[in-house]
Design a protein around this ligand. Sequence first.
Ligand SMILES: [Zn+2]
Ligand SMILES: [Zn+2]
Length: 171
Amino acid sequence: MKINVHSLTDGVHIFEFDLDGSELDLGKQDFSIKEISLRCTVNKSDKNVYIAFRARAKVGFVCDSCLVDFADVLVEEFSIFYTSEKETVKYDDEQVVQLFKPGTPIDLSNGLKENLLLAIPMKIVCSEDCKGLCLSCGMNLNEDRCNCKKTVVDPRWAGLEQLRNESPCIN
Ligand SMILES: [Zn+2]
Ligand SMILES: [Zn+2]
């Protein structure tokens, strides 16, 4: 996924890419990025290239709470300033800057990779009101209700109760 910027005239150019997440080589993750459509608005001005990205990715997740597989779509917008002469360019600290060798194409993969990883939520849940699994019997409480007794636990003993529930039980 490269853009031959040296053959572009100064000004704005649009590039679109469709790729599969596996092409990004993200290593082992607990999610899988599937189709990605990427739209790049490239603004070239001499040795500087400003690219605004809009990435739309289908991602397969496993819910942290009920452990069910589900798919979601992430839309991420970000921009990267590419330059082949860092010393002479003034940019603010907020801006992401990447250097490239004059005359070589700009490789978009790294920028895309980093930003997609940032877009993955810390806590992954299939829905905001996911009820999760029963701590006693492991039933998915989104699908059904189990018959486990709901005991009210004194908050001071909650930690202990949790430990007890996490240890395997024999019926
Ligand atoms: Zn869930
Ligand atoms: Zn239960």
